[in-house]
Ligand binder design. Sequence first.
Ligand SMILES: *Cc1c(COP(=O)(O)O)cnc(C)c1O
Length: 362
Amino acid sequence: MSYDRIFNFSAGPSMLPVSVLEKARDEILNYQGSGMSVMEMSHRSKVYDNIIKEAEALLREVMSIPDNYKVLFVQGGASLQFAAVPMNLMKTGKADYIVTGQFSGKAYKEAQKYGEINLAATTKDENFARIPRQEELKLNPDADYVHICFNNTIFGTKWDYIPDTGDVPLVADMSSCILSEPIDVSKFGVIYAGAQKNVAPAGLTIVIVREDLLREDLPDYVPTICNYSVMAANDSMYNTPPCYPIYICKLVLEWIKELGGLEKIKEINSGKAALLYNCLENSKLFTNPNAKECRSMMNVTFRAEDDEINAKFVKEATAAGMSNLKGHRSVGGMRASIYNAMPVEGVEKLVEFIEKFESENV
Ligand SMILES: *Cc1c(COP(=O)(O)O)cnc(C)c1O
């Protein structure tokens, strides 16, 4: 069935796999004989307990999360984690931040409310067109942690290496790249991600935290709901968790597993990204501004020099069934977000459209 769906290149909330939406539809009125929707059931019920436990078990399996890490399902978006990270991890009151785009900039700014923050590196002067190299990082060996944003959703870059931070825990915002490829979780102290890009509807945030970073002695001002050790001790059930997004997260993880796991997902994603980047490399009209080794596999930015051409492109693409291609308001141009759920056909259609548009407008 086609459902007349269009190819939606939104940066988030973004596409979900059709088979996941179909499953959710089929179960929406009566979840597995419970007589009710997942939206309607008590989070303390046996049937819901199975859902959240299964979601966590699948996430652990799919991401190969080591046993010495806790998985937390929380609310508040990645933006609340910009505050929760310093509140949970600051001991000496010092932390290093690497600013490679807008969200890492916001995290850096938020952290300043809680301590003395060192800007360990930034590529702002280069319009965030690349990721700083290891030797450029001015890391403080006494910092409580180092914060990075692994995939820069707005500028379309991604860390092409995991920075070496010695004994200092590395914290990564992976909102726009979680589950897009295998990642060595053991290299990180904390990984967090808003779910609405690659995992589930908005409302769920995933936090993966190494157990030795959980602390009982947090300052009194820390809201209980932001306290990782309390959330971990209560299996993310200190209060009502985002029940329905967790259920969709479970379905998405089942879909990933069925496809062949993150190795397979990476193969598909890198194929999609290569199609689009090759097209842009050959384009006489459009360019991607970013250093090749730092290109995002999830968010592909491109633009023509002439803003009227950019506007025309977005308008005509929308009319052709490809929506949300307008770049972020702070950057302009175009951005195609090609998360896991974007089918190869969507990228192929976009590439064909770019070529056709170019032949008509150069
Ligand atoms: C979307 C996004 C955010 C913001 O997430 P919210 O859930 O809206 O707070 C933060 N970081 C990155 C990398 C993002 O892509």
